[in-house]
Design a protein around this ligand. Structure first.
Ligand code: RIB
Ligand code: CA
Length: 315
């Protein structure tokens, strides 16, 4: 039944939490470990949130490895509390571990990625839904992971959709453009689940209400953390009816059912400075760039996606 054994690299984060719960409810997916990174908050908070989420979900057996506290080259910029709340989990008061015995591995995230991938050649899918720093550090530590990994799926970037932290850049790429440039230039089997599809799937208040009323603890938890995220989308984008973009769950949805999406293979480069910093520039003509091809998801079946998510979370 398991079709993908993943390392989930994440900065939880409300949508990161939703994606993790979706993965935990999907028999096709086994989680070999969760690695954390700065992004939606500092790495102390995102690691605490990862540990708390797995504990609440009844899966404290899944190892958590703490990762990068800052980008590879640039200083740490603004983290995402203005979107995800002071605790990066919708202001539910997660200032502490839910069980004081919870702790991350002694191994840093990049080392965990290297050891797990090298011990399981051709088996591991890296799913990264935060800044790509841990993946880039792992590549520097052991370049052979590029051949040993099965594939890499990232939530980040955009081909045609407007950026969400600059006119053209998406947050995860912009937060560490040097790491992204390395990841995009490596020539491994890479799929970019970017804003082109993640801003085309909207969950709204009626949807969240159904999750809450289902009585399933995962649905109720999403109903609890989501208001903060809804408020951000209302104030920043004028979204109505409590609608939000479905960023990180889209990466997991792609693994569960790739037929939900359509994509194309293009070379993608990432400028590391200047006004286009952190933009994923795709050569849609196929004439100009010779860098490795990346599968860029461009279309999504929103209705089927939402049905699948709901069925998984409340069944
Ligand atoms: O741009 C959206 C991405 O940035 C998501 O992964 C969200 O969780 C934040 O990390
Ligand atoms: Ca994220």
């Amino acid at each position: 039944m398991v079709r993908h054994t993943i390392i989930y690299d994440t900065d939880p984060g409300i949508d990161d939490a939703m994606a993790l719960l979706l993965a935990l409810r999907s028999p096709e997916i086994a989680i070999a470990g969760v690695t954390t990174v700065f992004g939606n908050s500092n790495v102390e908070a995102t690691t605490r949130n990862a540990l708390n989420l797995l504990y609440l979900a009844g899966r404290p057996d899944i190892p958590v490895a703490k990762g990068a506290a800052q980008p590879m080259v640039l200083p740490l910029g603004q983290t995402g509390e203005f979107v995800h709340g002071d605790d990066a989990m919708g202001n539910i008061g997660w200032t502490h571990l839910l069980d004081p015995r919870l702790r991350p591995l002694d191994q840093p995230a990049a080392q965990f990625i290297v050891e797990t991938v090298m011990a399981n050649p051709g088996q591991i899918t890296l799913v990264a839904v935060g800044p790509l720093t841990n993946l880039a550090l792992a590549l520097q530590l052991e370049p052979r992971i590029a051949q040993a990994v099965r594939n890499v799926v990232i939530m980040g970037g955009s081909v045609l959709a407007p950026g969400n932290v600059s006119p053209t850049a998406e947050a995860n790429i912009h937060n560490d453009p040097h790491a992204a440039a390395l990841v995009f230039g490596t020539g491994w089997d890479l799929t970019m689940v970017g804003l082109d599809v993640t801003t085309a799937v909207h969950m709204d208040e009626a949807f969240f209400d159904e999750l809450r009323r289902s009585g399933h603890p995962f649905g109720r938890f999403i109903g609890q953390i989501i208001p903060c995220y809804q408020q951000f989308h209302r104030e920043r984008y004028g979204y109505e009816n409590g609608a939000v973009d479905t960023h990180d769950p889209s990466a997991i949805a792609y693994l569960i059912d790739p037929t939900l999406f359509e994509g194309q293979d293009w070379s993608v480069v990432v400028p590391v400075d200047g006004p286009a910093k952190g933009t994923t520039i795709a050569d849609r003509r196929g004439h100009f760039l010779t860098t490795p091809k990346v599968r860029c998801l461009m279309k999504v079946d929103e209705a089927r996606f939402l049905e699948m998510f709901k069925a998984r979370l409340i069944a």
